[in-house]
Design a protein around this ligand. Structure first.
Ligand code: GLC
Ligand code: MG
Length: 580
């Protein structure tokens, strides 16, 4: 459908030097997206919980960072068992976050600052407190089939057991018994998150209405959560009963653990991709009407081949931005320069040639860069996210290199952690540490809230690691981040070509160029000093000038380096520009 549209505006020319640039690019295609976890960003009313007015009050900060769009984790009405990923009313705002008027105000202010707002929407499941589910549980005629209901087994001793062996992502059986129907409902996540029945066309219609409702309200797009869980296998092909999933045979796992089974019947079903395309049509209809692109982002943690199917295939259109979890899932503390090159090239290789890549190193489910790797590498990872070709996504706090917080068992809130029933090992799966409040300053609750305490404790070390400190310092992660968002406005980063090399096991480098403007981004992710030769790249020679340097570097803006002999300290990362 979209090929009939003239997309986007002519790229804005940022300085005389680039005046000949005339590439058509739509607003989202190389935008920087900033993910806000509303509960933890900014609390305006002193209840210890972040809120919408808190976000509105900090939109200027996003502007200052050079961010062009923000996506908000769910703000809809919810009992908060999974902190908004369990929605009880898809058409209203969670009262502790604010009112619809507050949200409209946020949109207005964001519009004035030219910041786009994207909402996180959960199509796979609702809350069990949603009116839809309550009615379904009582077999209301209209809602009866909205969820996946199934008979269990009752043996001669009166012992009841679930329909099959399926396990929830948050551990234990994916089935919960409801006496009013004498049946079990399916929940691929927590018990409070019943899965919708996507084989019921009425459900699909309602979900499309939800998307329309928020797009009409003025949001620039929606992020569709856990999309590869949307469908379960069609039980009619299995004699009317959902089949058991096979065991993975992975060592060290208990039968209650999600990894115990191979999820061949509950994930990545073929019908998923048609649903992506159906949802995309909803966005396109409004895009065409308004002549302004509304975007669809999808989240699916899956194999690379499945992941890129979300871009669309053949006549089926897909998501504008299917999340790329490569830098999150495929790299860890032991990864070196070769792993980085491999991970990055993998997405670029598998994605359709003409589609935009996207890069992210964190989200509200993932250990932070400073903790997953080390704090010295924060700038290097921000250079990847912001200077690789395509879209950049930053999880709040990564721009200042926040670390994971420490949340003891007694204060643990994440259902995934609570479900371990294990006061020692919960820490391995808890997502609370990456959801601690944003560190604005060295003040009370790190400047997040006036309350006596915040909903999750502030991470240790905030007295030194906070935005205010980094703003007033000449060299800080924040300053590097701002330099990078500025640099990415240049054509070489917006439209330029890309080439990468692992110069040795520790040093990863990539080149971006457009016409005669050429850059090399080089990072030593190892623990020792290295001398590298950048002339290994085609047409890199002579002198290069430093445009940006990581805080551990002794080099600063406009220093010169030799292409054929560059000494790099451990963790040093540089953005260099060829001298012409
Ligand atoms: C997504 C969210 C995660 C949530 C889950 C269930 O994976 O990122 O936070 O728990 O969906 O809705
Ligand atoms: Mg509040």
């Amino acid at each position: 459908m979209l090929q009939f549209l003239v997309l986007g505006a002519v790229a804005t020319v940022i300085s005389g030097r680039y005046e000949n640039v005339n590439v058509k690019q739509d607003w989202w295609e190389t935008a920087v997206f900033y993910q806000i976890y509303p509960r933890s960003f900014m609390d305006s009313d002193g209840d210890g919980v972040g809120d919408i007015n808190g976000i509105t009050s900090r939109l200027e900060y996003l502007k200052e960072l050079g961010v062009e769009a923000t996506w908000l984790s769910p703000i809809f009405k919810s009992p908060m068992h999974d902190f908004g990923y369990d929605i009880s009313d898809y058409y209203s705002i969670q009262p502790e976050y604010g009112s619809m008027e507050d949200f409209e105000q946020l949109l207005k202010k964001a519009g004035e600052l030219n910041i786009k707002v994207i909402l996180d929407f959960v199509p796979n499941h609702s809350s069990n407190e949603s009116e839809w589910f309550v009615k379904s549980a009582s077999k209301d005629e209209y809602y009866s089939d909205w969820y996946i209901w199934e008979n269990g087994h009752l043996d001669s001793t009166g012992h009841r057991s679930p329909p099959n062996n399926w396990i929830s992502v948050f551990r234990k059986s994916a089935w919960t018994y409801v006496a009013s129907r004498d049946q079990y409902y399916l929940h691929q996540f927590g018990e409070s998150q019943p899965d919708f029945n996507y084989r019921n066309p009425v459900v699909v219609e309602e979900m499309k209405n939800v998307i329309k409702f928020w797009l009409e309200k003025g949001v620039a797009g929606m992020k569709l959560n856990s999309f590869n869980h949307i469908y379960e296998v069609d039980k009619d092909s299995y004699g009317g009963r959902y089949p058991n999933e096979p065991m993975t045979g992975k060592p060290g796992l208990k039968p209650e653990d999600y990894g115990y089974l191979e999820h061949i019947y509950t994930k990545d079903q073929e019908e998923t991709y048609d649903m992506v395309s159906q949802f995309r049509d909803v966005f396109d209809a409004i895009t065409i009407r308004d002549n302004l692109t509304r975007i669809m982002m999808t989240e699916a943690s899956t194999t690379i081949k499945n992941a890129v199917r979300y871009y669309g295939e053949g006549t089926h259109s897909g998501a504008h931005i299917p999340f790329n979890f490569g830098l999150i899932e495929d790299l860890d503390k032991d990864s070196d320069a070769r792993d980085m090159k491999y991970t990055i090239d993998r997405w670029l290789t598998y994605k359709p040639l003409r589609k935009q890549a996207n890069w992210m190193t964190g989200n509200h489910d993932t250990s932070r860069v400073a903790s997953r790797f080390r704090s010295e590498l924060v700038d290097a990872f921000n250079m990847l996210v912001l200077l690789l070709p395509g879209i950049a996504v930053t999880y709040m706090g990564e721009e200042i290199g926040m670390t994971n917080g420490f949340v003891p068992w007694s204060e643990t809130k994440d259902p995934q952690a609570c479900n371990t029933d294990d006061p020692v090992n919960f820490i391995e799966v808890s997502r609370d540490p990456v959801r601690t409040p944003f560190q604005w300053s060295n003040g009370k609750n790190a400047g997040f809230s006036h309350a006596d305490s915040s909903w999750l404790p502030v991470a240790e070390g905030f007295e030194h690691l906070n935005l205010a400190a980094q703003r007033s310092s000449i060299r800080s992660h924040y300053q590097v981040y701002r330099t990078l968002t500025n640099l990415r406005m240049r054509p070489a980063f917006k439209y330029g070509r890309y080439e990468s090399l692992a110069l040795n096991n520790d040093v990863f480098a990539f080149k971006r160029w457009y016409n005669d403007d050429t850059y090399v981004v080089v990072m030593n992710v190892g623990r020792t000093y290295h001398v590298v030769n950048l002339t290994a790249f085609d047409l890199i020679f002579g002198q290069l000038e430093v445009e940006a340097s990581s805080v551990v570097s002794s080099r600063t803006y406009s220093d010169n380096v030799q292409a054929n002999y560059l000494d790099l300290a451990a963790d040093e990362a540089l953005v260099l520009r060829m001298q012409v």
